[in-house]
Design a protein. Sequence first.
Length: 460
Amino acid sequence: MTELLDRDRVSRFVERERDNYESLLKALVETPTVSSEADRRSDVEAGVALAQRLLTDAGARVTVAKTKGNPVVHGVLKGKPGAPAVTVYNHLDVQPASRETEPWETEPFRLVQKGDRYYGRGSTDDKGPALCAFFGALAAREAGVPTEIRFLWEFEEEIGSPNFEQGLRALGKEASTDSVLVGDGLWLDSRHPATTSGLRGMQSFQLVLETGKAETHSGTTGGAARNPIGELAKLVTEIYDAKTGRVKIPGFYDDVEPLSRRDAEDFRRSGFSIGTFKKDFGFKSLRSTDALDVLKRLWAQPTFEIHGVTGGYTGGGVKAIIPHRAEFKVSCRLVPNQKPEKIARLVRDFVKRRNRDVEVIVGGSASPFRGETSGPYADAVKRAMRFGFGRPVAFIRAGGSIGAVVTMKKVLRCPIAFLDVSLPEHGYHAPNEHFDWGQASGGIASYAKYYEELARGGAA
């Protein structure tokens, strides 16, 4: 197939459609699709209707799959017979936001444009990038690219995708596809294009110890009474070294795959800076001062982390009591080849050997995901992002989890790639979240080129 998209053609399309892009982004941002708040249910329903209308107006065949929770919206822009089909996944639900409790400079659910920046909750996570994929599809279709482009839009990603699998299975054959492209990720630096090739999984726990019925006076019972906070603190130091982060549970690292030379080189080319990382997150110091080692810790190594401790007296000053109950809230981030159920068993068994009275409550989990950094789909991403942003792309990983990706891998059984366009400074989940036209226009061009790469056989 001859090349249908060149830079001039795509640039003309992007500039012509900028007003339409901004208009749709405004409509999406000003529909507060907060999935974690029950009183926003009607807003989520409005968001579903808006998504359905947007796709229908573009000529897509649209299906809304109902679930026990929020629906899943699926749209198909029909391709030519024999052409490949690609499904682009984004989520259109957002995190809560309030100007009353957070330092927003603008109303979070009003799109405010300042030059080339678009401020508002969901602008970069994930409504702006979803529109990049959508307008990229319109550009490709206008140029005659024959690829069938499908859109899979979720409304529960921010609460862990509890009903996404149900919605995906409800779509049945309508959801079948040759490949998936995920548009929910970010670069490390605005000068270095990057895209996701792996996600860490997660397994959460509550460690609970109850040694009595009520708190007691330390002068009356101290020395004889057991202290659940102290015992849990001791247990946690037996589980891991807080100074280095190294987990001491036998077998914990058995399934961790070593970092390949290719992945290490991509990590180095990602644009990561320890100084910027510390500044962005307000850290005074880190466990390591070596950039590659820090990235390995963030992306390629599992963790054990303490998120909270409850028990005893937490008011002002000191109240001399012995607590009767304490709880540590912890979790492990997992890397490819590690299984949450195995880690849960290892932690539970280790705790029981060290302190039989501690109750281990196994909580939510997500499996890790390992994508490809070579092969036809990875090559298509490389060419597409080079086309859209003018620079080579690095394959990086994300330290967090996207449950929907693991679900799609299990249900759809097809290759999954990422095409990321957001930046760290855009403020995922943060006050003053924003997106910008430079990333949007480059993203539209990149998506359009990716669809053409598939049609040209770049990922056949």
